[in-house]
Write a protein that binds this ligand. Structure first.
Ligand SMILES: [Fe+2]
Length: 296
């Protein structure tokens, strides 16, 4: 699939309003519910001991494993009680400014559709499993919930400075592909890792990728790949650490210092890095996904 799938369409579909929200959540078929259940069961074989505790607790608090695609209304009631967030259905990827506006108002836009058996193992456009299983459990954590709202607010500032690319890299390396230290061990909190079986193991255990402690200035200058496993993962000490390093950072100054393009390659290890593991990059040197290299 081409990278264009990650670009929201310019034209708003006729059935959605200015907020890009679907009038209602999809009525899923029994096969859709079975796909959710099979995806859920597959991830739960892998995630205990690998996912961060906030994610695993979030799954329980929201009862996401009770069977079938969760009902957004019921899930939002519980989420609202815990952290004031809700989950709202969108038809597809939505434009950046609309996405930021929803986050800034503590609404998480989730894809309304679910993948098919044919795309069971790999889907590039985020579906309801990625969005709800991967992202929503962490919204039960008060600090992470605040971080996501602040991210939405930060989006507007990045647009003013024309530095969305840098802010996108921060999202990518934290919300989608972030690792966290828990009791001196690496755990996963990024939704892109949590919602797939291969990367959940690769991100923590493979020799190939770098694992580097998060440095916001460095991450926002770092390129990333959208259609393969990551050559580098960044690690936070805690959600408080993530909040402090980003929200309390003077982004105005950072944006003025940043160039319009990335400085560092996605596999680079540089002098300022606090390195947890320097990767061999073997998987990528063998050609990555396109070459069917083993993710080692
Ligand atoms: Fe995502």
């Amino acid at each position: 699939m081409s990278p264009e799938v990650f670009t929201a369409p310019l034209q708003r579909p006729a059935h959605v309003g200015l907020d890009w929200l679907e009038p209602a959540q999809t009525r899923y078929t029994s096969e859709d519910d079975a796909i959710w259940n099979d995806l859920f069961a597959r991830q739960m074989e892998i995630l205990p001991g690998r996912a961060c505790s906030a994610m695993l607790h979030g799954l329980e608090k929201l009862d996401l494993g009770k069977g079938g695609v969760p009902d957004f209304g019921k899930m939002s009631e519980e989420l609202d009680r815990l952290t004031g967030w809700s989950v709202v259905p969108v038809p597809m990827l939505i434009p950046d400014h609309v996405f930021f506006w929803h986050l800034a108002n503590r609404r998480f836009p989730a894809g309304n559709f679910i993948r098919t058996r044919e795309t069971f193992d790999y889907i590039q456009e985020p579906d309801v499993f990625h969005d709800v299983f991967g992202h929503v459990p962490l919204l039960t954590d008060p600090t992470f919930a605040d971080y996501m709202q602040e991210y939405g607010r930060a989006g507007w500032k990045a647009m003013r400075y024309n530095r969305l690319k840098a802010l996108g890299a921060l999202y990518w390396y934290t919300v989608e592909f972030g690792l966290i230290m828990e009791h001196d061990e690496l755990r996963i909190f990024g939704a892109g890792i949590l919602s797939g079986p291969t990367e959940a193991i690769f991100a923590l255990e493979a020799e190939s990728p770098n694992r580097i402690m998060l440095n916001v200035d460095r991450v926002m200058r770092t390129d990333y790949v959208i259609d393969d496993l990551q050559p580098t993962y960044f690690v936070i000490e805690s959600f408080d650490d993530l909040y402090r390093k980003t929200v309390e950072r003077d982004f105005d100054r950072l944006y003025r210092d940043l160039g319009p393009s990335f400085t560092y390659a996605n596999s680079a290890v540089i002098d300022v890095d606090n390195v947890v593991h320097k990767g061999s990059q073997e998987y990528f040197l063998r050609g990555g996904r396109g070459s069917k290299a083993r993710p080692i």
